[in-house]
Design a protein around this ligand. Structure first.
Ligand SMILES: [Zn+2]
Length: 85
């Protein structure tokens, strides 16, 4: 069973919103397009309520995720360096 960590926003958890909707800033979910089996992100939040489905192609979202992961690794490293273990 997954043990909840005190640190928030672990990038390896699928529950963490790493890709945000460019329109409403809510979390986007990664989906597989059935027609050509390509990955894309879709917003299920505000945009859906407004009847406007917001999607984002995988490549552009991936670049954002990679950028965020790099930032988190850097900040985690600083956290650990500041901890006395
Ligand atoms: Zn949205």
């Amino acid at each position: 069973m997954y043990q909840k960590n005190q640190t928030e926003g672990s990038y390896w958890s699928s529950n963490v919103p790493v890709v945000h909707c460019p329109k409403c800033k809510e979390k986007m979910s990664m989906l597989l397009k059935s027609t050509d089996l390509s990955l894309f992100y879709r917003c299920f939040e505000d945009c859906k309520r407004e009847g406007k489905i917001s999607t984002r192609d995988f490549e552009s979202a991936k670049n954002q995720v990679l950028h965020k992961i790099n930032q988190e690794i850097s900040s985690k490293r600083e956290e650990h360096e500041n901890e006395s273990i």
